[in-house]
Design a binder for this molecule. Structure first.
Ligand SMILES: Nc1nc2c(ncn2[C@@H]2O[C@H](COP(=O)(O)OP(=O)(O)O)[C@@H](O)[C@H]2O)c(=O)[nH]1
Ligand SMILES: [Mg+2]
Ligand SMILES: [Zn+2]
Length: 321
């Protein structure tokens, strides 16, 4: 007789077990071996279960067994590492993603931001930038970023976790949704979440240590419920985010502002980096497309053409790995 299965929501995944919310409880369940694939099976996913997955668990066995993962509505993934080409799913079934960034300590990284924004376009996950630590920024720096990203149709919400600016807007933005907080270690993800909901008591990093020395305070993704229906996923900082399953022809479609110009390129399939007649390149020269966005695009394009080249980019994994 097959045991009765219960539905649950994955809050966190560790090496061997998943923390699964089942009704009012949180149980630890071990994914069944078959979910990892069998010998000779060319599974393309590194992790069969991700935070945000809806799963079925068998609570009658000890430890509880995670039997199956229900179909995902969407997911955010990357290439596991430069040595491991499999897909690594970072979160599943989400409504939106916030790229948490700051202008000082750590400084704003266009490259990091543009990679995750492209991944969100690819994964059909609405995204915006949360520009935190505006107490440390000049007004014109903020405006320059707003300009850069307005063409890409990515809204920017300025916040300060210390004095509370922007927090009411943030609260409205996430209400009733599942939201991924993504960003460099030290940008203020945990601080923002604590300001929204003090009883979360997330660990907050000491600035002097981690962003100089690569230290970190969050080493795994976890899903938390702020109020019924409002869920957030706090993620660890990831140094190098390589898109998975995207080729050069797809990539240009992940930069929305290119669409305004690329119909005027000499070739229909123009990749905008070496072709003689390129309207996107001209738009960059004319300041109509941000040079920083274009630079991010070209770097990702080069990486796709030479996936194993030593690109000098510091590898891999959550910063905690
Ligand atoms: N000046 C300033 N510091 C902040 C702000 N938000 C967070 N911090 C500080 O930045 C550091 C890292 O914050 P943390 O929340 O741990 O970042 P996380 O790694 O993204 O979770 C801590 O020292 C915080 O006190 C802010 O809005 N302004
Ligand atoms: Mg944190
Ligand atoms: Zn072109």
């Amino acid at each position: 007789m097959t045991p009765p299965l219960e539905r649950g929501l994955v809050l966190r995944t560790d090496a061997k077990v998943c923390h699964v919310e089942v009704g009012e409880r949180v149980v630890q369940a071990a994914p069944r071996g078959i979910l990892y694939g069998q010998d000779g099976d060319k599974r393309q996913q590194k992790n069969p279960v991700a935070v945000g997955d809806e799963v079925e668990v068998d609570l009658s066995s000890n430890p509880a067994s995670l039997e199956s993962v229900l179909p995902r509505r969407n997911w955010l993934s990357r290439t596991a590492s430069s040595h491991d080409p499999r897909e690594q799913v970072l979160a599943a079934n989400v409504d939106q993603l916030l790229v948490v960034a700051s202008l000082g300590k750590p400084g704003f990284s266009s490259n990091r931001t543009d990679r995750i924004l492209a991944a969100c376009v690819w994964g059909r996950i609405p995204a915006r930038i949360l520009l935190n630590k505006i107490d440390l920024a000049e007004e014109d720096e903020i405006e320059a970023l707003v300009d850069t990203y307005s063409l890409a149709k990515v809204p920017i919400l300025p916040t300060c976790a210390l004095d509370g600016r922007g927090l009411e807007e943030l609260r409205e933005l996430i209400r009733g949704k599942t939201t991924v907080f993504y960003g460099a270690s030290g940008a203020g993800k945990s601080s923002l979440l604590n300001s929204l909901q003090p009883d979360l008591k997330l660990k907050v990093g000491k600035i002097s240590k981690f962003w100089d020395a690569g230290r970190h305070t969050t080493s795994y993704s976890q899903l938390m419920t702020l109020e019924p229906g409002t869920r957030v996923i706090d993620t660890p900082g990831i140094r190098t985010f390589r898109l998975h399953g995207v080729d050069a022809q797809h990539l240009r479609g992940l930069f929305p502002e290119f669409a305004l110009f690329q119909s005027k390129c000499g070739y229909m399939s123009c990749t905008h980096d070496h072709e003689p007649v390129c309207a996107v390149f001209d738009a960059v020269e004319d300041g109509e497309i941000a040079a920083s966005r274009y630079a991010s695009y070209v770097e990702m394009l080069d990486e796709m053409r030479e996936p194993n080249a030593d690109d000098g980019v510091e590898d891999v994994g959550p910063e905690s790995e």
